[in-house]
Write a protein that binds this ligand. Structure first.
Ligand code: CTP
Ligand code: ZN
Length: 149
């Protein structure tokens, strides 16, 4: 209703207002390589009052990208569209333990050394995001995550 339907690609819907550009950033969308990208902000929504939305024509998001979105927009839903139809709808869910998505922002954390140690965090709060490093107890926030993408 607010923005044109897409033919093939991904619609990230029900993004908490003000977070659309963060999603654009973590997905690495520059507008120079993708097809049509639509960013809508403050769209009226029954569920949320207002919401943001990002539509990416010609790109189906991977599971890892969906996990990244969950970190920044835990209420979002992701729709995969093929030939104008929604063929898959995923309500993102932030797991309580996060690994493989973000690095620890503490430079002296063992997970940032040459040791073969993978970063791991425990989510203490979803929104605002607080996640605690398993190794050094550093509390990561959204801004720490955004700096990495
Ligand atoms: N959409 C789109 N292009 C399509 C099909 C759907 O951009 N070809 C968008 C719709 O505008 C909507 C989202 O994808 O924002 C989900 O579509 P749909 O499941 O049809 O809408 P709702 O039933 O309203 O979704 P929900 O229940 O998740 O609110
Ligand atoms: Zn750490």
């Amino acid at each position: 209703m607010w923005v044109a339907k897409i033919k093939n690609g991904s619609v990230i819907d029900h993004i908490t207002r003000g977070h659309a550009l963060d999603i654009v950033k973590i997905l690495g969308i520059t507008g120079r390589a993708e097809g049509v990208v639509t960013v809508a902000m403050n769209v009226p929504s029954k569920k949320l009052g207002v919401k943001d939305m990002v539509k990416v024509e010609g790109r189906e998001l991977s599971a890892k990208e969906v996990d990244k979105i969950a970190l920044l927009a835990p209420q979002a839903s992701i729709n995969i569209v093929r030939d104008y139809k929604v063929v898959e709808k995923q309500h993102v869910k932030l797991p309580s333990v996060i690994s493989g998505i973000a690095r620890c922002a503490n430079p002296s954390c063992i997970s940032n050394s040459n040791e073969p140690v993978e970063a791991r965090f425990y989510v203490e709060s979803e929104d605002p995001l607080y996640m605690r490093c398993h190794y050094c107890s550093y509390i990561m926030e959204k801004k720490d995550v955004l700096k990495q993408f």
